[in-house]
Ligand binder design. Structure first.
Ligand code: NAP
Ligand code: GDD
Length: 361
């Protein structure tokens, strides 16, 4: 495989390239003229669906033409693969997006979560140090608003104390701290993006936003009876993933390594998300009852479309998150208002209505 830089561009390595953010970031960096490399971990089925539009393209393209995306087998739980890949790619920028990103599931696999979310970032930073790439390679670490956990402070910003309350968040706190520590100890340009929830038409189907938009599309087209959810009161600051990956890139172009909160500054409840998504799908929804007995009813037909299932509750849940994007807005010139919550839900439901209509979901 040729590792020759394309068009004098920079070389980026995305760990977690097959995920929601990794795929949008690949699109963005390729558009900016980067040569993009990604880490592909082993899965029992193909896991490149989100990047097939760029990866398969490059496979079928005449090999004399430029390729922009190169995949390398590896895993953040395996130091040797991190060392080997970083050594061969010699990236100008590394985006470590690899994550055991499912908060609820992290309660079931706490040890593995720590391997990926805590030690993963350390392995990446160690590889840079061992390979002597401190001066060359900048690192973006995917930190999270989950770090604020059960906080009484609203909105949360870069100075808000952390109070993580899941194995995922606790492991991510190690990732946050080790990134800061390597920046201070070894002068590596390493930064944390403290990103609040961001969603899209490429979001995994077990996160609440996509679960709701897909179910709304399926119910509206008669392919599903009901949607079962957990905590309807939870509030999140939901933004559009496509806007957020742009800010990841901006953080690495900034003249000094700093950590930034990325958020919209507005939060909504799961219940509000349901109402809006079903409305987008053509169903007027009304909620009745309390607690476990609360139901979402189709106003027109009286049918119960949403029920609460205790299976989806977590041992501890973060009730409300809302971030302040002021630092990113003022210093990086990032626009937190580019895509509103209403627009985001519209994009997701429209996409899912099409997928369901075409029998793809
Ligand atoms: P995602 O869709 O779940 O993608 C996670 C990526 O990490 C996937 O490419 C996954 O590979 C990869 N991965 C998982 N374990 C790995 C391992 N052991 N070695 C190498 N790669 C591994 O998550 P996302 O929404 O894009 O989020 C990206 C990162 O930002 C995650 O670390 C997440 O925790 C963090 N974050 C996300 C949000 C959000 O709201 N989306 C907010 C704050 C922080 P497979 O495709 O093979 O599974
Ligand atoms: N997944 C899910 N499924 N969540 C539900 C459900 C359900 O059926 N019903 C209610 N919820 C509530 C959860 O209890 C939580 O309070 C909220 O919806 C959001 O859940 P998720 O969409 O699963 O996201 P998350 O906030 O736990 O985690 C996401 O955002 C974090 C940043 O704040 C992930 O992307 C994490 O990787 C990321 O760190």
């Amino acid at each position: 495989m040729s590792l020759v830089k394309t068009a004098m561009g920079k070389v980026a390595l995305i760990i977690g390239v097959t995920g929601q953010d990794g795929s949008f970031l690949s699109d963005l960096l390729i558009e900016k003229g980067y040569e993009v490399h990604g880490v592909l971990r082993r899965a029992s089925t193909f896991n490149t669906e989100r990047i097939d539009h760029i990866y398969l393209d490059s496979l079928v393209r005449d090999m004399k033409q430029e390729r922009h995306l190169f995949l390398h087998p590896g895993d953040v739980t395996d130091s040797s693969s991190m060392l080997r890949i970083i050594q061969s790619v010699q990236p100008d920028e590394i985006y470590n997006l690899a994550g055991m990103s499912n908060t609820r599931f992290s309660f079931h696999v706490p040890e593995y979560t720590a391997e990926v979310d805590a030690l993963g970032p350390m392995r990446v930073l160690e590889a840079i140090r061992i390979l002597g790439l401190q001066e060359k390679t900048k690192v973006y670490q995917a930190s999270t608003s989950e770090l604020f956990g059960d906080t009484p402070i609203f909105p949360q910003n870069e100075n808000t104390p952390f109070n993580p309350c899941s194995p995922h968040a606790i492991a991510k706190q190690f990732g946050f701290c080790i990134t800061k520590n390597y920046r201070e100890s070894y002068k590596i340009f390493a930064v944390n993006g403290i990103l609040f929830n961001h969603e899209s038409e490429r979001r995994g189907e077990n996160f609440v936003s996509r679960k709701i938009t897909l179910s709304a599309a399926r119910i509206a087209q008669g392919k599903q009876e009901k949607l079962y959810l957990g905590n309807l009161n939870a509030e999140r600051d939901w933004g559009y993933a496509k806007d957020y990956v742009e800010c990841m890139w901006r953080m690495l172009q900034h003249n000094k390594p700093e950590d930034f909160v990325i958020a919209t500054g507005v939060s909504h409840s799961v219940r509000e998300l349901c109402k809006l998504a079903f409305e987008e799908a053509g169903i007027d929804l009304e909620f009745e009852g309390d607690g476990m007995d609360e139901v979402g009813i189709d106003v027109k037909t009286g049918r119960i479309l949403i029920e609460v299932d205790p299976m989806y509750f977590r041992p501890t849940d973060v009730q409300k998150l809302v971030g302040s994007p002021m630092k990113a807005k003022n210093i990086l010139g990032w626009n937190p208002d580019k895509t509103s919550f209403q627009q985001l839900v519209h994009i997701m439901v429209k996409n899912d209505m099409e997928l369901v209509k075409n029998g793809k979901k």
